[in-house]
Design a binder for this molecule. Structure first.
Ligand code: NDP
Length: 306
């Protein structure tokens, strides 16, 4: 079997297009625009790129983008005061503090300070708890995007997630746990695997839906995959790429790979996400989706289906 590639870039572009239309419709009906505030502390190069891309996507969807850059030595109480000010700002519907933050700041205290109704990263314990309780919540963006990819892929085949056995490798609050909860909500039978799981390959071979969120380059081999499975690779790992030669500073070039050995797994799976171009683009699209959701709930507007 040679798997069909799940085109996350295309699915994310379609989702962003539907969000843009919904924003325009709400603007026409109510004269209000959703606003997303992103706070970046310090000068981490990767974070700079993420924040810039988030700003571009926010504006492209017709939303207002607010960007705040604070120096790397910002004390924790200054950042928390900034978050509290944004909590109180009516034009800001979503707040995202770009992680990681510098060492003097507690990531958890930042998460705890964001108003749960504006917590578009879905990491505040109030949202995590509501998700587990089956209540209305804002859901972390990467898990939401991963599950949308699996759901849309199966729907295109005339199927759904109900009754499927999902194995998720990784149990972080950011990815593994919310993916498990979302798949449970879709009526999957869910197994969560992690670093202490016994015989992980055998566990993975039982998966109709295999989600890898580990952070180890190409850990999941082809013979870990059940024939016909749908494989969602959340991992983003940078590895050396000697075949690409040297960059202009004479350093060896690198490339991105996932947690799944793509070529091997694609021989066995029915559907698989590539890295890059799979889950990654869905994360920003789902950030916009959450901002739209937060905007509607804060204003008492009916939530458009996007
Ligand atoms: P964490 O490091 O927080 O969690 C990794 C998880 O993998 C842990 O639960 C850990 O288990 C488990 N694990 C580690 N080693 C093994 C092993 N040998 N066998 C089985 N399980 C193992 O990572 P995140 O959840 O934050 O991220 C996971 C990956 O997803 C990373 O590559 C990250 O870059 C990527 N990512 C991608 C995003 C995107 O937009 N596409 C967004 C966010 C993350 P234990 O709990 O037992 O230690």
């Amino acid at each position: 079997m040679t798997a069909q590639k799940i085109d996350g870039k295309e699915i994310a572009a379609q989702l962003r297009g539907r969000i843009g239309k919904a924003v325009a419709g709400l603007q026409a009906a109510h004269g209000k625009t959703p606003g997303l505030a992103v706070v970046l502390v310090g000068e981490d190069a990767a974070s700079e790129v993420y924040v810039r891309n988030k700003g571009i996507a926010t504006k492209a969807a017709g939303m207002t983008s607010y960007e705040f850059r604070l120096p790397a030595d910002t004390p924790e109480d200054v950042l928390l005061d900034k978050v509290r000010a944004l909590n109180a700002e009516p034009d800001v519907n979503g707040i995202l503090v770009q992680f990681p933050v510098p060492a003097q700041i507690s990531q958890q205290r930042v998460i705890d300070t964001i108003d749960p109704s504006k917590d578009v990263d879905g990491l505040n314990p109030a949202n995590a708890g509501r998700l587990v309780s089956g209540l209305q919540a804002l859901t972390p963006c990467t898990p939401l995007g991963s599950v949308i990819l699996a759901k849309e892929t199966l729907a295109k085949q005339g199927g759904d997630l109900s009754g499927k056995h999902a194995v998720i490798i990784g149990r972080s609050n950011l990815v593994g746990k919310p993916v498990a909860q979302l798949l449970l909500n879709e009526n999957c039978t869910v197994t969560m695997a992690h670093s202490r799981t016994a015989d992980l390959p055998a566990m993975c071979r039982q998966a109709d839906i295999l989600v890898a969120a580990v952070g180890i380059a190409e850990m999941v081999k082809g013979d870990w995959v059940k024939p016909g499975a749908c494989v969602i690779d959340v991992g983003i790992n940078r590895i050396d790429a000697p075949e690409k030669g040297l960059d202009d500073k004479g350093r060896g070039k690198t490339r991105l790979v996932g947690d799944v050995a793509y070529d091997e797994a694609a021989e066995v799976a029915a559907h698989i996400t590539p890295v890059p171009g799979g889950v990654g683009p869905m994360t920003i699209a789902c950030l916009l989706k959450n901002t739209l959701t937060a905007f509607c709930r804060q204003n008492g507007f009916e939530e458009p289906v996007v």
